[in-house]
Design a binder for this molecule. Structure first.
Ligand code: 13P
Length: 252
C-alpha cells in the first residue's frame, strides 16, 4: 500500500502574525510545484486565520498545535476542534512532548483530543516518544506501548482511519541530535506492528508514521528512505521556508 508522505511544520511559539504570513506566502510560492506530498504548517493560534488567507487555494495546509476536547464551554484559554476547523485547520498536533512536559497533558486528555479531532473532521497527529532517561533505562518500548494504548484506548480501527502518528524521541527535539536511521527504523517498525496487534493489519498498513526530532535538509532523505517512515514533523527547520522546502523536496 502506498502512503502519501506528509511533511509537517510545527512552528511552536514562534512568529508574529505578519511574520507568519510572510513565511507562509514564501512557502506557498516555493511549494507550488510539489505533487504527491502532503504539506502542513501549524502556526500559533493567533496567526492561524491570517495564514489561512495566505495559503488559500494552495497545496500548503494548516494545522493547530493543540486543541481542547470539548466543543465549547467555560474552558479559559482553550479552542475546540470546530473552532480550529472554522479558522482553516485541517490537522491538529496532539500530545506533543512539550505539552506533556510543560502543560501536564496526560494520555487520557490526549485520547479525548484525538477523538475530538476525528469527530470534528480534523486529522490528528498523535505524538509519542521517550525521554533520554527512559531510553537509557531501556523503557522505550514500554513507554510507546503505554502512550499508544492509553492515547487510543476508546477507539476501534474504523474510527482511526484519519490518524497520523509522529514518533518524536524527546532527546532529539531541538537538540540537533537526530536518532540514527537504525533507531528510527526499529521504532517505526515496532509502532506499526503494535498498531497491527491493537487495530488490525489494514490500519497498520495505511497509517502514516512521521519521524520528528532535528529533521534538517541534510538528514531528511536518509530518514525518508526508511520503509516505515511516512513523513516528518519538523520544528526549527520549518520556520524558514527556504530550509523547509528542501525538506519537502527530500527526494529531488
Ligand atoms: P525540532 O525539529 O526543532 O527538533 O522539533 C521537532 C518537533 O518537536 C516537531 O514537533
Amino acid at each position: 500500500m502506498s502512503r502519501t508522505p506528509l511533511i509537517a511544520g510545527n512552528w511552536k511559539m514562534f512568529k508574529t502574525g505578519p511574520e507568519a504570513v510572510a513565511e507562509a506566502t514564501r512557502l506557498v510560492e516555493l511549494a507550488s510545484g510539489v505533487a504527491n506530498t502532503d504539506i502542513m504548517i501549524a502556526p500559533t493560534l493567533l496567526s492561524l486565520p491570517l495564514v489561512s488567507g495566505a495559503v488559500a487555494g494552495s497545496n500548503v495546509k494548516l494545522g493547530v498545535q493543540n486543541l481542547f476536547y470539548e466543543n465549547e464551554g467555560a474552558y479559559t484559554g482553550e479552542v475546540s476542534a470546530g473552532m480550529a476547523k472554522a479558522a482553516g485547520a485541517e490537522y491538529a498536533i496532539i500530545g506533543h512532548s512539550e505539552r506533556r512536559q510543560y502543560f501536564g497533558e496526560t494520555d487520557d486528555a490526549v485520547c479525548k483530543k484525538v477523538k475530538a479531532s476525528i469527530d470534528g473532521g480534523i486529522i490528528p497527529i498523535l505524538c509519542i516518544g521517550e525521554t533520554e532517561a527512559q531510553r537509557d533505562e531501556e523503557k522505550t518500548f514500554s513507554v510507546l506501548d503505554k502512550q499508544i494504548t492509553n492515547g487510543l484506548n476508546s477507539f476501534c480501527s474504523r474510527d482511526l482511519d484519519p490518524l497520523v502518528l509522529a514518533y518524536e524521541p524527546v532527546w532529539a527535539i531541538g537538540t540537533g541530535k537526530t536518532a540514527t536511521p537504525e533507531q528510527v527504523a526499529e521504532i517505526h517498525e515496532y509502532i506499526r506492528s503494535l498498531i497491527n496487534r491493537l487495530f488490525g493489519n489494514e490500519l497498520a498498513m495505511s497509517i502514516r508514521i512521521l519521524y520528528g526530532g532535528s529533521v534538517k535538509p541534510d538528514n531528511v532523505s536518509e530518514l525518508m528512505s526508511l520503509g516505515d517512515v511516512d513523513g516528518a514533523l519538523v520544528g526549527g527547520a520549518s520556520l524558514d521556508a527556504d530550509a523547509f522546502i528542501q525538506i519537502i523536496r527530500y527526494d529531488r
